[in-house]
Design a protein around this ligand. Structure first.
Ligand SMILES: Nc1ncnc2c1ncn2[C@@H]1O[C@H](COP(=O)(O)OP(=O)(O)OP(=O)(O)O)[C@@H](O)[C@H]1O
Ligand SMILES: [Mg+2]
Length: 338
């Protein structure tokens, strides 16, 4: 890797880090452009937090190299620390202090004078919808409020690079939306954000590029659109009038489209991937042909849509396992790990 500035906030090559027998990072490569949200997407245990900890200089890699704004995370850790901020699975705030007290204290530590620290605290608390809770001890905050004060604390001074490690895990939809708005606002002010998430829709909504991580490696990288089109140019979603006709519909679609058809939990719903060669025209033509076949066979379709595959489908196609394993599989995996 060159030492010159490359317009990249993060460059990592071949990062490895093991914990005993567990290869948390198994040769991770990353190139994160400055000025946008970059999504690190992967299931539990993929290595996301380990990657963040290495890049934020909290953990030394066993091998490989990483630079943040051109500074090596091992040999120039201080220079890296001066430009990054981190929030997520780490407590940066003091539970016994109130929201206001925390932000003022951190502001003072960053060198702000008291009135400026106070003003910044008020500003952030208002922006994060925490004005009413400002005078309450943080340990009495709800999960969503806690997440927001954590992020507020991490952007007191505007970092060049902000690590957000699963900022919305466990939040209700309203709090998730609030956090998303905050992330967008942070990026609009020029901060680069490395966001780890298990939520495919979150990466899709926020990130301009995404790296899909599995078993400590990047298994796919690109814009959300590129990742989706790498799987197939479209997905047909169908809802039949009569669930009894689904086996026949499944068979017909399989023959017409020549692709495996997925049966949804809803007994009238079917999904199929079309246009694998990348042409949208092919996808719509194929979908039209499929509809024609169903109609000729007397199968009534109540609802039809042709869309890009979801990132969930992308993950499944890339890894052969879902992004979030089903409860039973999770239990099996836990059992096997014992
Ligand atoms: N300090 C540690 N000691 C031992 N094993 C660890 C440690 N930190 C991480 N691991 C293991 O390394 C692997 C990667 O963990 P990591 O926390 O990076 O995953 P993650 O992608 O952040 O997962 P999650 O979505 O659950 O937060 C896991 O198998 C984990 O158990
Ligand atoms: Mg993690």
């Amino acid at each position: 890797m060159s030492r010159r500035a490359t317009g990249l906030a993060i460059e990592a090559a071949g990062l490895t880090r093991s914990f005993g027998e567990t290869h948390a990072l198994a040769g991770l490569d990353l190139a994160v452009p400055a000025g946008a949200v970059y999504g690190l997407l992967g299931p539990n245990g993929a290595g996301k937090t380990t990657a963040v900890r290495v890049l934020a200089t909290l953990l030394r890699p066993d091998g490989g190299q990483a630079r943040v704004f051109g500074h090596d995370v091992v040999t120039e850790a201080d220079a890296v620390r001066a430009r990054v901020s981190l929030t997520g699975q780490y407590a940066s705030v003091d539970e016994d202090l109130t929201g206001t007290e925390n932000l003022i204290l951190l502001g003072r530590l960053l060198g702000l004078r008291k009135p400026a620290a106070q003003q910044r605290a008020e500003q952030l608390l208002a922006a994060f919808g925490l004005t009413d809770a400002a005078g309450r001890q943080v340990k009495k905050y709800s999960g969503g409020m806690r997440r927001r004060i954590d992020i507020a604390a991490s952007i007191l001074s505007t970092p060049d690079l902000l690590f957000l490690d699963e900022p919305t895990t466990g939040l209700d939809p309203r709090s998730r939306n609030q956090v998303w708005e905050i992330v967008r606002a942070v990026v609009a002010h020029g901060t680069t954000v490395l966001l780890t998430t298990q939520y495919l829709d979150e990466a899709d909504k926020l990130a301009s590029r995404i790296a899909v991580v599995d078993h400590g490696r990047v298994i796919a990288e690109g814009t959300p659109g590129e990742l989706k089109s790498s799987v197939g140019s479209g997905t047909v979603h169908l809802r039949l009038r009569d669930a009894a006709q689904r086996p026949e519909a499944e068979r017909l679609l399989g023959t017409t489209l020549g692709v495996p058809v997925q049966l949804e939990p809803d007994p009238v719903a079917i999904t199929a991937r079309v246009g694998g060669d990348g042409s949208d025209l092919d996808a719509s033509a194929q979908a039209a042909r499929a509809l024609g076949e169903l109609s000729r066979a007397g199968i009534v379709v109540d609802d039809f849509s042709l869309g890009q595959p979801s990132l969930d489908e992308v993950f499944l196609a890339l890894t052969d396992h879902p992004a979030v394993p089903a409860e039973a599989e999770r239990d099996d995996a836990l059992e096997a790990a014992r």
